[in-house]
Design a protein around this ligand. Sequence first.
Ligand SMILES: NC(=O)c1ccc[n+]([C@@H]2O[C@H](COP(=O)([O-])OP(=O)(O)OC[C@H]3O[C@@H](n4cnc5c(N)ncnc54)[C@H](OP(=O)(O)O)[C@@H]3O)[C@@H](O)[C@H]2O)c1
Length: 251
Amino acid sequence: MTNTEQTSEQASVLITGANKGLGLETARRLGELGWTVFLGSRDEGRGRAAADKLAAGGVNVVTVPLDVTSDESVAAAVRLVREHTERLDVLVNNAGAPGKGTAPADATADDIHSVYDTNVYGPIRVTQAFLPLLRAAENPRVVMVSSAGGSFATVTDPEQPFSKIHELGYSSSKAALNMLTVRYAQALPGIKFNAVTPGEVAHRTFAATDMNGHTGALTVTEGTDSIVRLALLDADGPTGTFSDRLGPVAW
Ligand SMILES: NC(=O)c1ccc[n+]([C@@H]2O[C@H](COP(=O)([O-])OP(=O)(O)OC[C@H]3O[C@@H](n4cnc5c(N)ncnc54)[C@H](OP(=O)(O)O)[C@@H]3O)[C@@H](O)[C@H]2O)c1
């Protein structure tokens, strides 16, 4: 993939769910490149605490209260970002919900709905609301933080742990997110839309965060390699792809 080694000091990124885990590490890494970071957090206090730490390290960071399940919250986030910039170079749809992992036979539509509200409708809400700011950028990019669990190839491979995790919500929501990525990429060629999974699918590894009780074999820095790489794509970079830190991943 094409990467831009030099990044503009003026570049800006909004990351949803950036108060901890992979979102926060993405914020740190892009912030240390001199980017303006809009740090999305559904809890303002947790967001501010995370932003204060980044600011202490010299990052230009703005806390953005942002619950991706709320139209009002997303609209308020657009207004706040607009107070600071007229364009947004990169949107990272990172916020995610694991769901309860209920066995398929017991899962209700309500259980699944709450996962979709965050993992599927969330990225739609946020992407749609930020399109005008993205369109104002020269080389706008959207990174969808998906999962190997959203890959048909992975969940049907008996060697992969995901084939043995029997649940409906999380994996199907990330499969939907992958399809959203492709459909946005096709419909909006002026903006690059790429999906990533933070692990290494070939090695069946993922990054240690609260979402998995810190059982992952990879660090958050390794987990964000794919996110950062796609955020840094230059104008010749691809759109409509799905990859991990090692390269392309089968859908
Ligand atoms: N760790 C991995 O290896 C791995 C593997 C595959 C996919 N992923 C994906 O990576 C993304 C980040 O996960 P993580 O591993 O960094 O987990 P994490 O540490 O649990 O972080 C999840 C983040 O999402 C936020 N969030 C949840 N619901 C939200 C909502 N409605 N509005 C706004 N923010 C919300 C959380 O906020 P609160 O702090 O307020 O809860 C938190 O900041 C997720 O999309 C996840 O599915 C991770």
